[in-house]
Design a protein around this ligand. Structure first.
Ligand SMILES: *[C@@H]1O[C@H](CO)[C@@H](O)[C@H](O)[C@H]1NC(C)=O
Ligand SMILES: *[C@@H]1O[C@H](CO)[C@@H](O)[C@H](O)[C@H]1NC(C)=O
Ligand SMILES: *[C@@H]1O[C@H](CO)[C@@H](O)[C@H](O)[C@H]1NC(C)=O
Ligand SMILES: *[C@@H]1O[C@H](CO)[C@@H](O)[C@H](O)[C@H]1NC(C)=O
Ligand SMILES: *[C@@H]1O[C@H](CO)[C@@H](O)[C@H](O)[C@H]1NC(C)=O
Ligand SMILES: *[C@@H]1O[C@H](CO)[C@@H](O)[C@H](O)[C@H]1NC(C)=O
Ligand SMILES: *[C@@H]1O[C@H](CO)[C@@H](O)[C@H](O)[C@H]1NC(C)=O
Ligand SMILES: *[C@@H]1O[C@H](CO)[C@@H](O)[C@H](O)[C@H]1NC(C)=O
Ligand SMILES: *[C@@H]1O[C@H](CO)[C@@H](O)[C@H](O)[C@H]1NC(C)=O
Ligand SMILES: *[C@@H]1O[C@H](CO)[C@@H](O)[C@H](O)[C@H]1NC(C)=O
Ligand SMILES: *[C@@H]1O[C@H](CO)[C@@H](O)[C@H](O)[C@H]1NC(C)=O
Ligand SMILES: *[C@@H]1O[C@H](CO)[C@@H](O)[C@H](O)[C@H]1NC(C)=O
Length: 753
């Protein structure tokens, strides 16, 4: 039934690439299951043509996994990604091992003798495309990723059946060369770029330039090399990379070489000073636009090969068009489309649909229709309905007026860390959408940052292989089995802890109180007002429930102490402890403010304040036991991109700035905050201490926001330029997780919060 939907689309020709081989999947097995290289056979079946799939004409993927008479596991499928998906299904459902973000590959835990299959396992996708990445994930999560990090990510994607990943890394290199060809000098080009941790918004035309240092050519070249590896691996694994192209955003100095260029200034973004925003936009109607497009796309193909026809292109992401006039909008998209077609006759324009939600007032139905309508062939566009689980736009836009689109789970902002999920929505709604919209061609993940809550991402990608909503109870149970592989039997307590979370933290249905991952108020700038009860800080379940989950899951390791050596258990216990503390912090904060607002003595504030700072001390110690929750991991990664201290310092500054002030002067401060060890103790704790001292010395009537803000700001600005790894507030040796949690439970500190 679903196969037929692909017939609806006008089509592009296939691209011939190297003869289809299964080497990519075999290499994955070599990397992750080195003891089993000879235990698997992979066969491409049916109409596998050895051709890259065209964008819109793609068919669903199908696999079958069975045992052969000579004891091997045979994986058959109609595409490489079908083979990877079939392999994954066998590994997760039969062998009970998987690969996870932050924990890494656990596939090597598979037993020496792989379990045979009495009955083949068959699977078929219900949508031809499974998409991954938000443009900003490249900055929030992947800015300082090495090739090794990318390899893990790409194996994760392949096994989960993702066949359409965004591939933004290295964009700047091709743009530099394109602009150089036009006659621009490096001195004109390089100051346009934003720092390593802010490239996503520069690519979107939200910001330009870099604070704290200029983006060096060393960085640009290194990322370009990295992208060669990334795109080659994507293709090898059977994915179609979505590559960048010319959007129109260019350095202001372009008018020196093109004095008649039709340029306009983009709008101001999020309070950034004009020098850093209002990015210059070359109007697509200008013939130079098409020339740049041709040059860019041919240079890109020369660098990475003719590996895709799908290009990511966002012109108005949180940016207002120069004019809201319908003809203007239609003309912009029409000429943009023409430029793509001139560069690649099979080009398909992929666009994030975020603007239609975020700038909903501007983007009225008729403006959307005009802008999308500028692309005459429906099949030449692919829209990401970016936040389908909370703010779907496909209904109000009448399925994007016929343009193909993808149902995406956004889930989190700025790589926030709260435990959160909408299990009902991501299982029920995409299936309903598929039944209602003939132009829906894929499901995808568009998180701003990859964080915890990994089960929520798995769930949607697995939903792409089931025609009815996944039964989440069974799903969670099976997921827990493979999550904790490697430590013998999984104690009942772990199943029961996750089952409780399934029906609480992961079952938000109240979209008026929370729409995405929440963040701890501990991470926000201290204030006597405005912190709690916001859409991103509301706790949507009974905190006592989560504390009981903590105890339940803690007791699992009393039954099976080997869990303390299990990386998944370590990660999850830190994560749950983090959330318990973050919840406890809210009540402690409310007590503090209550003390402050009542006729007080200095001692009640001091006592209430002590409670907050104690919580932060302890939490910092817990977080520091795990590199995935430590600031030092990110800062060390950033520094390692250069051997030149000046540049390492700049990269570290950039990494620090993104997660704290987010802008030269705190333009969107704390948006990408993190409960990381070293940041809790080294940044948030000092801020709260400044706040508590101020409350102690100032009665309610004399509270002066300016004075307090100055003190906070002085500390925040100084912290930006720190270097080297701060070990936070806990000095003199950090205990193991087992010791620290054991002490907390024993002393009852926990239950007192
Ligand atoms: C697109 O798909 C349809 C149905 O599978 C097929 O008939 C047509 O030949 C395909 N077009 C191209 C260019 O591959
Ligand atoms: C393979 O292609 C043939 C001819 O286009 C078509 O009839 C058949 O249904 C296709 N098989 C599959 C599994 O797609
Ligand atoms: C690309 O991969 C090769 C190994 O295949 C590795 O040696 C090289 O360092 C990688 N390039 C980058 C820029 O990481
Ligand atoms: C920047 O954009 C804002 C609108 O967002 C506008 O008011 C302002 O004039 C622009 N400034 C420049 C220099 O383009
Ligand atoms: C990519 O395709 C274009 C157009 O067919 C061709 O001119 C070019 O040589 C190809 N590039 C590579 C690297 O294969
Ligand atoms: C999912 O969210 C959408 C958008 O708010 C809402 O209309 C829909 O009812 C929700 N569905 C479920 C199953 O929660
Ligand atoms: C699908 O269409 C039916 C019938 O028009 C409607 O009742 C339902 O709300 C729609 N579902 C979604 C998710 O839009
Ligand atoms: C999730 O919440 C909805 C609405 O409150 C409820 O109907 C449903 O039973 C809950 N599911 C679980 C697993 O708790
Ligand atoms: C380090 O980088 C800075 C900034 O680009 C440069 O001025 C300096 O010469 C470099 N130092 C060395 C030793 O290469
Ligand atoms: C509280 O402390 C401040 C500053 O230390 C002091 O000026 C004030 O008198 C104290 N108030 C009380 C009620 O002790
Ligand atoms: C708050 O403090 C600032 C800076 O000291 C001062 O200029 C301002 O007048 C104060 N505001 C009030 C309401 O006292
Ligand atoms: C607290 O919040 C208020 C209202 O949002 C804001 O004006 C103020 O600057 C914030 N900061 C402090 C330190 O009060």
């Amino acid at each position: 039934m679903y196969l037929s939907r692909s017939l609806l689309w006008t089509v592009s020709a296939f691209v011939v690439v190297a003869a289809q081989s299964t080497d990519g999947i075999l290499n994955l097995v070599k990397r992750r299951l080195p003891n089993h290289v000879n235990d698997f056979e992979f066969h491409l079946l049916g109409n596998s043509t050895g051709l890259l799939p065209s964008a819109i004409n793609a068919t669903n993927d199908e696999y079958s996994v069975s045992s052969t008479s000579d004891g091997k596991i045979l994986v058959e499928g109609n595409s490489l990604i079908a083979l990877a998906s079939g392999l994954h299904r066998y590994l997760t459902d039969t062998v009970h091992v998987d690969i996870f973000w932050y924990i890494g590959s656990r596939l090597d835990l598979a037993p020496l003798h792989l379990p045979p299959l009495d009955v083949p396992i068959n699977g078929s996708s219900i949508v031809p495309w499974r998409y991954h990445f938000n443009t900003v994930t490249f900055s929030y999560t992947a800015a300082f990723w090495t090739w090794e990090d990318w390899e893990l990510e790409l194996d994760w994607l392949a096994l989960r059946g993702v066949n359409l990943p965004l591939a933004w890394v290295g964009y700047e290199k091709i743009l530099v060369e394109t602009l150089q060809e036009l006659g621009m000098t490096d001195a004109e080009i390089l100051p346009y770029f934003s720092g390593p941790a802010f490239q996503a918004w520069n690519r979107f035309g939200n910001i330009q330039g870099s604070w704290g240092g200029e983006l060096p050519m060393e960085w640009i070249d290194g990322q370009f090399e990295l992208q060669k590896n990334i795109t080659a691996r994507m293709v090898e694994l059977g994915m179609t990379p979505v590559l960048p192209c010319i959007t129109g955003f260019v350095p202001r100095a372009i008018t020196r070489v093109l004095p008649d260029a039709m340029v306009v200034n983009g709008s101001q973004w999020d309070g950034f000073p004009v020098d850093y925003t209002n990015v210059t936009f070359l109007e697509p109607v200008d013939p130079a636009f098409t020339e740049l497009q041709k040059s860019f796309i041919s240079k890109q193909a020369a660098a990475y090969g003719n590996i895709t026809h799908i290009y990511t292109l966002d012109q108005y992401n949180e940016n207002h068009p120069y004019s809201g006039d319908l003809d203007y909008l239609k003309n912009v998209s029409y000429n943009t489309w023409k430029s793509l077609k001139a560069a690649d006759p099979e080009a398909i324009w992929l666009m994030q649909g975020w603007l239609f939600y975020d700038q909903e007032e501007f983007w009225t139905g008729e403006r959307i229709e005009a802008y999308l309508g500028g692309v005459p062939e429906n099949g030449d566009m692919l829209i990401l309905d970016l936040f389908s689980e909370s703010y779907p736009q496909w209904q109000r836009t009448n399925s994007y007026f016929g343009k193909p689109w993808i149902w995406c789970q956004l889930h989190d902002y700025g790589q926030s860390m709260g435990l959160y999920g909408q299990i009902m929505n991501v299982t029920i709604n995409p299936i309903e959408a598929l039944a209602n919209s003939t132009s829906l061609v894929g499901f995808g993940l568009t998180m701003e940052g990859q964080e915890g809550n990994e089960i929520m991402y798995d769930l949607l990608l697995d939903q792409a292989w089931s025609g009815s909503p996944v039964d989440t109870e069974t799903y969670f149970h099976n997921w827990v089995t493979r999550r904790y592989a490697g430590s013998g039997n999984v104690p009942e307590q772990l199943y029961s802890g996750w089952e409780t979370m399934r029906s609480t933290v992961y079952n938000n249905t109240n979209l008026s109180s929370a729409v995405a991952v929440t963040r701890s108020i501990m991470e926000l700038s201290p204030n006597i007002t405005g912190l709690t009860g916001q859409i991103l800080t509301t706790i949507n379940y009974d905190p006592a429930m989560l504390l009981s989950v903590f105890y339940t899951m803690f007791s699992a390791a009393q039954i099976n102490p080997a869990l303390w050596q299990n990386q998944a258990y370590q990660y999850d216990m830190v994560d749950i402890t983090r959330q318990v503390y973050s919840n406890a912090f809210q009540s402690a904060y409310e007590e503090l403010i209550g003390a402050y607002n009542s006729p007080h003595s200095n001692t009640t504030i001091a006592a209430a304040g002590k409670k907050l700072t104690n919580l932060m001390h302890t939490l910092d110690a817990v977080l520091l036991t795990n590199p995935s929750f430590s600031l030092s991991t990110r800062l060390t990664a950033a520094r390692s991109f250069s051997t030149n201290t000046t540049l390492s310092d700049f990269y570290e500054y950039d990494a620090r700035n993104q997660i704290t002030l987010w802008g030269p002067d705190g333009e969107i401060s704390d948006y990408a905050s993190k409960s990381w060890g070293g940041l809790v103790g080294g940044y948030y704790l000092p801020r709260w201490k400044i706040f508590i001292s101020y409350l102690e010395e100032t009665d309610v009537g004399s509270y002066n926001t300016t004075v307090l803000n100055q003190r906070l700001s002085e500390f925040e600005m100084a912290w930006q330029n720190g270097t080297g790894v701060q070990e936070g507030a806990i000095q003199g040796g950090v205990g193991s997780l087992e010791e620290i949690l054991g002490e907390l439970v024993g002393s009852g500190v926990f239950s007192r919060g």
